[in-house]
Design a protein around this ligand. Structure first.
Ligand SMILES: *[C@@H]1O[C@H](CO)[C@@H](O)[C@H](O)[C@H]1NC(C)=O
Ligand SMILES: *[C@@H]1O[C@H](CO)[C@@H](O)[C@H](O)[C@H]1NC(C)=O
Ligand SMILES: *[C@@H]1O[C@H](CO)[C@@H](O)[C@H](O)[C@H]1NC(C)=O
Ligand SMILES: *[C@@H]1O[C@H](CO)[C@@H](O)[C@H](O)[C@H]1NC(C)=O
Ligand SMILES: *[C@@H]1O[C@H](CO)[C@@H](O)[C@H](O)[C@H]1NC(C)=O
Length: 463
């Protein structure tokens, strides 16, 4: 586990690692239009396990070797702030979900027959899976020479007809009949000017399965074939989005996978690559202690809201005002688990109390570092981990104690020792977001049938 790691670890080493993979297959003849709804229960694997790539890890196709670790951290920080602002302002507006470009993990797969390797941003806060498609009315440049998918070269590609119930079933109005009234068009706009539009289609996606013997999993999946896409940030040319929220058009809903789980590895150790995994269906690991996914009254939200009842520092339970973490009808308040966010943003009242209590209990030399409110000087990370009180989240029905590495990050080594800073941020709005930094070496299970989430600390490099 993290606690046995050396003290000279750099902040970028903390980046978790994710790679998902691909592919190969044979041919078949395509029809012109396809009704997904008739085939909803067609064969799919009972479960599969895919690898994830952290966008800033050297294995990521979107890794920029020219950046320094500090720049990478600053960029991640900036993306996290943008994402928070989007989520907090329009928490459950799936018509304009968070800017997917801020997502942290990338999933890789093959699409079509023969399969073309491509990537998408894994996003537990959006639904439609889409990738850029040729011919482009408008496309952005994809990074690292990843080619744009050409559906004309895929023998298994089919457009979904506009009379298909899937096309009229989107309550958010993003699906319409195309001009000729034949195919189903989609248009997804994001918070800023990012958008993707094209034809809702179906094709075979192939994933390199991590656990099954033949190593390949093929899944027929409805997706947006984007012929008209805008990416305002240009630089982050991730070809598309892999949507995992609870809405009707997300991968897990479309394919009836009722469970999934992920485990992000803490540290990428050079020479012995460890990968983060995402498991679907029967492969998913839902551990014993669970907390309900919450909505507001009988209203459900697409994002993964949970009920947080309190926080403790050591044995001291913070005196957080009643209602601080309560979900509101619109979702503007409450607590979301969001793997697309790097940071954890804690609602102001709770954050202030947490900081005050940590300052009271921790007797170590303080260092002031811009952008961090609590940093201490230690000889090495272990000292920090052994000498600081643990922070525990009290969720409804589940207590989750943060491992030291998930609450504190090594900021920088200096000649006086290692500077270690608290990872929490003060939320600028009332929404609390638990980001992926708090979920390293934690198995997070999503059981959509029973509407619960499980959290369990463990070593994600072991099964
Ligand atoms: C595409 O996937 C479907 C459903 O799994 C399968 O029946 C079909 O054979 C696949 N097509 C090709 C060309 O692999
Ligand atoms: C492409 O997208 C832009 C922006 O949403 C839109 O104005 C334009 O009409 C779209 N083009 C087509 C052919 O749909
Ligand atoms: C989880 O629950 C099962 C069945 O209730 C029990 O057998 C098992 O020991 C529990 N595991 C843990 C780690 O508590
Ligand atoms: C669900 O919410 C709606 C709208 O607020 C309300 O009319 C209805 O009675 C509620 N149903 C249940 C079972 O609580
Ligand atoms: C969580 O911790 C609190 C305080 O330590 C304790 O009272 C409660 O029983 C625990 N809940 C569970 C589900 O373990």
């Amino acid at each position: 586990m993290a606690t046995s790691s050396s003290s000279s670890i750099s902040s970028s080493d903390l980046l978790a690692l994710v790679v998902l993979v691909l592919v190969s297959s044979s041919c078949f003849i395509s029809a012109t239009s396809f009704s997904f709804s008739d085939h909803k229960h067609n064969t799919k694997p009972a479960g599969f396990t895919a690898r994830l790539i952290h966008r800033d890890s050297p294995e990521s196709p979107f890794y920029d070797p020219k950046l320094t670790d500090d720049e990478r951290m600053r960029n991640a920080e900036q993306r996290s702030i943008e994402r928070y602002n989007h989520l907090a302002r329009r928490p459950n507006d799936v018509r304009a979900p968070v800017d997917y470009l801020t997502s942290v993990f990338v999933i890789s797969f093959g699409v079509g027959t023969p399969p073309v390797d491509t990537y998408a941003a894994m996003d537990t806060a959006s639904d439609i899976t889409w990738i850029q498609c040729l011919p482009c009315e408008k496309c952005f440049t994809q990074d690292r020479g990843v080619p744009i998918f050409d559906p004309r070269k895929s023998s298994s590609y089919v457009k979904i007809g506009c009379e298909d119930p899937i096309c009229s079933g989107d309550v958010h109005g993003r699906l319409t009949c195309d001009r000729d009234g034949i195919y189903c068009s989609y248009h997804q706009s994001y918070y800023d000017t990012a958008q993707s539009g094209g034809i809702l289609s179906i094709d075979n996606f192939s994933f390199l399965d991590n656990t099954h013997l033949d190593g390949k999993i093929k899944i027929q999946l409805p997706f947006g074939c984007g012929h008209n896409n805008t990416n305002p940030n240009g630089v982050y040319g991730i070809p598309g989005v892999f949507g995992l929220n609870k809405d009707a058009l997300s991968f897990i809903t479309l394919k009836d996978f009722e469970r999934f789980s992920h485990c992000f590895v803490t540290i990428y150790k050079k020479g012995s690559p460890k990968t983060s995994l995402i498991r679907f269906g029967q492969d998913a690991i839902i551990t014993n202690e669970t907390t309900p996914m919450v909505g507001f009254g009988n209203k459900t939200f697409p994002h993964y809201y949970v009920s947080l009842e309190g926080i403790s520092v050591g044995l001291t339970k913070l005196n957080i005002p009643e209602g601080t973490f309560k979900t509101s009808e619109t979702g503007y308040r409450g607590v979301i688990i969001d793997t697309g966010s790097t940071n954890t943003n804690l609602a102001g009242d709770a954050y202030d109390l947490l900081l005050a209590e940590l300052r009271r209990q921790i007797i170590l030399q303080r260092v002031s570092i811009s952008n961090y409110e609590l940093c201490n000087l230690v000889t090495k990370m272990e000292e920090m981990i052994n000498r600081i009180p643990k922070i525990t989240y009290h969720f409804s029905g589940l207590n989750h104690t943060l491992e030291g590495w998930n609450a504190w990050s090594p900021y920088r080594s200096s000649k006086y020792g290692l500077i270690v800073c608290l990872k929490f941020k003060r939320a600028t709005d009332d929404l609390t977001i638990i980001g992926f930094e708090h979920l390293l070496d934690v198995n997070v299970g999503y059981d959509l049938r029973n509407k619960v989430i499980s959290l369990q600390n463990g070593d994600c490099t072991k099964d």
